[in-house]
Design a protein around this ligand. Structure first.
Ligand code: SRM
Ligand code: SF4
Length: 571
């Protein structure tokens, strides 16, 4: 990447600055037939358009030996605010994954779709056809506000639909205004002689780093509000939406052994009514735009801006920009951060079924044609599909009459036969990792199911099969499956080797702490065998596993993200 001319700024700042609002040389890169890759600077810019250049890591060494360039392809992420889409859109995403991608879809931890394995020549038709289906990829990645998450289950609260609308409104408000996306992917002409393009919220160089928002609707914290740059907690009073508690400065990424990087849970800074929420979100984004670290990308998230300057400074700065202070936070109670499965009936009598999709990967296997089954359901389903924050799928808005039809299809295509065998599996989540993720150090999505099968034997032996325990795995410390707020977490260090974390809060309210570093599978099983036995015998009534691990001294409680590395000196 060309170094930035601006002294000390991260090179990405220079790329954004020179990019003419995210255009760069993307058109030339896409048209270059000599390589499956795009120009290096464009690899940074294409993220803002919702795509990452990747290469197949399973084949990397072999291709190198054969003196071939890596097998480049592109990941495409489709933004779905609050995760809600129609069966027609599902069918289109399925078609595109099968036409241009690797015949799988990944439902992500932020309620988006991802395609993998798209060749450069197919990138433009893919993105165009996504837009034809009235979805888009703009700002799905990059240094901007990403997909706004929201609890997707409409049966759970009276205010759900209203809150869902806020997710869409906030998402639209914070979407970049550049015409680059439409020109490059949708062949829209740039208006000649028109006014200089403006990004009213972001400015010319956008944000210092990615930015994330999620709205939780108590008692469900499935969006993990405390992990978001801005987490909103919808407050329902007398059956109406009173407003939102505002949480700022969550973020989970870190680097192994680097104490300056750490996961952090957000601070609750107040309450605001719905009329003010857009302004509050915008001003928070602008504070990060103006004060975030543009020199060091490992220190550029809002969580570090807040820790460096203090939460009181942040609240004061926000109040000054808004012209008022937020009210005191209102009471609420969260009970879990996982999804709830099975049929639930809403107030209007319609039914909603949350289907377990292991690690969000939708694909056909010989013994389980899951993708085909969901396609057949989409062909007859009259309600909508909702992607959950835990990578599962809600088939939503089903009438009494249609419920047996959906049940019949779920049975016919093997969903009942392949239902999760334990509450642990139902509370599990894994990031993508190999073979597509360029940052993976160990397997995650391809390995967690096997590990869970072995753990299920232990659970069975200790009578814990029905016990809900959150467990998450990532292939590196970046935290894409939000591992640091799981009661048990495995974070990859090298192939087959994981750091094991324990002690997070069951509803995402407390970070976990490293229990043991660099474990192999047999060591993981031995450790958990002992701890499960202890838990089965000595837990208190309704004591969550994470709380138990702290009470019994397996790990000490993490009170603040900054302190999470304490006791890690052995690494
Ligand atoms: Fe992530 C980078 C996948 C949610 C923190 N993440 C990546 C990349 C793009 C790798 C890269 O930079 O080359 C991964 C692409 C893998 C692939 O092949 O698809 C990737 N992240 C994912 C997804 C698909 C995981 C999944 O299995 O679902 C999730 C997509 C969400 C979406 O739809 O937008 C995903 N990533 C998250 C989350 C969870 C969340 O946001 O709720 C986190 C932790 C929260 C946070 O941001 O703090 C997360 N991803 C990261 C980071 C570390 C950021 C940091 O502040 O340090 C990186 C690396 C980076 O940004 O430099 C990263
Ligand atoms: Fe890749 Fe690491 Fe994110 Fe997993 S946690 S998808 S390995 S960046």
């Amino acid at each position: 990447m060309t170094a930035s001319k601006d002294n000390g700024l991260s090179p990405i700042e220079g790329i954004k600055d020179r990019s003419r609002h995210l255009r760069g040389s993307l058109v030339e890169s896409l048209n270059n037939p000599l390589t499956g890759a795009i120009a290096e600077d464009d690899t940074a810019l294409i993220k803002f358009h919702g795509s990452y250049q990747q290469d197949d890591r399973d084949l990397r060494n072999e291709r190198r030996k054969q003196k071939l360039e890596p097998l480049y392809s592109f990941m495409v992420r489709i933004r779905v605010p609050g995760g809600v889409c129609t069966p027609t859109q599902w069918l289109e995403m399925d078609r595109l994954a099968n036409t241009y991608g690797n015949r799988t879809m990944k439902l992500t931890t932020r309620q988006a779709y991802q395609f993998h394995g798209i060749l450069k020549r197919d990138l433009k038709p893919t993105i165009k056809e996504i837009n034809d289906a009235l979805l888009d990829t703009l700002a799905a990645c990059g240094d901007v506000n990403r997909n706004v998450m929201c609890n997707p289950n409409p049966t759970l609260t009276d205010v759900h639909e209203e809150v869902q609308e806020w997710a869409k409104t906030i998402s639209a408000h914070l979407t970049p205004k550049t015409g680059a996306y439409h020109e490059i992917w949708l062949d829209k002409e740039r208006v000649a002689g028109g006014p200089e393009e403006e990004e009213p919220v972001y400015g010319k160089t956008y944000l210092p780093r990615k930015f994330k928002m999620g709205i939780g609707i108590p008692p469900y914290n499935d969006v993990d509000v405390y992990s978001q740059d801005i987490g909103l907690i919808a407050i329902e009073e007398d059956g109406r939406l009173a407003g939102f508690n505002v949480v700022v400065g969550g973020g989970l990424g870190m680097t192994h052994n680097v104490r300056e990087t750490y996961p952090r849970l957000g601070d609750m800074i107040g309450f605001c009514d719905p009329d003010r929420i857009l302004a509050v979100c915008e001003e928070i984004v602008k504070i990060q735009r103006d004060f975030g670290d543009r020199k060091n990308r490992a220190h550029a998230r809002l969580k570090y801006t807040i820790d460096d300057r203090g939460i009181d400074w942040f609240a004061e700065e926000l109040a000054q920009r808004l012209g008022y202070s937020l009210d005191a936070p209102r009471p609420f109670t969260f009970k879990q951060n996982a999804d709830e499965y099975g049929w639930r009936q809403g107030k209007d009598g319609r039914w909603h079924q949350t289907v377990f999709i292991q690690n969000g990967r939708v694909f056909d296997r010989d013994d389980f044609p899951m993708m085909t089954g969901l396609r057949e359901i989409a062909k007859v389903h009259k309600g909508d599909f909702r992607l959950t924050p835990n990578q599962h799928l809600l088939i939503s808005g089903v009438s009494d009459k249609d419920k047996p039809v959906i049940d019949g299809l779920l049975d016919e295509y093997g969903f009942s036969d392949h239902a999760a065998k334990s509450a642990l599996r139902l509370h599990s989540m894994a990031c993508v990792a190999f073979p597509t993720c360029g940052l993976a150090m160990a397997e995650s999505e391809r390995y967690l199911p096997t590990l869970l099968t072995k753990l299920e034997e232990l659970l069975d032996r200790h009578g814990l099969t029905e016990q809900p325990i959150t467990i998450r795995m990532t292939g590196c410390p970046n935290g894409c499956a939000r591992p640091y707020i799981a009661e048990i977490a495995f974070v990859g260090k090298a192939p087959g080797i994981y750091n094991m974390y324990l002690g997070a809060g069951f509803h995402g309210q407390r970070l976990n702490r490293l229990y043991k570093a660099s474990l192999k599978e047999d060591q993981i099983l031995a450790e958990l065998d002992t701890i499960f036995a202890d838990y089965a015998q000595h837990r208190e009534t309704d004591e969550p596993f994470g709380d138990f691990c702290i009470r019994k001294g397996y790990v000490t409680e993490v009170k603040e993200g900054r302190l999470v590395h304490d006791g890690l000196d052995e690494l």
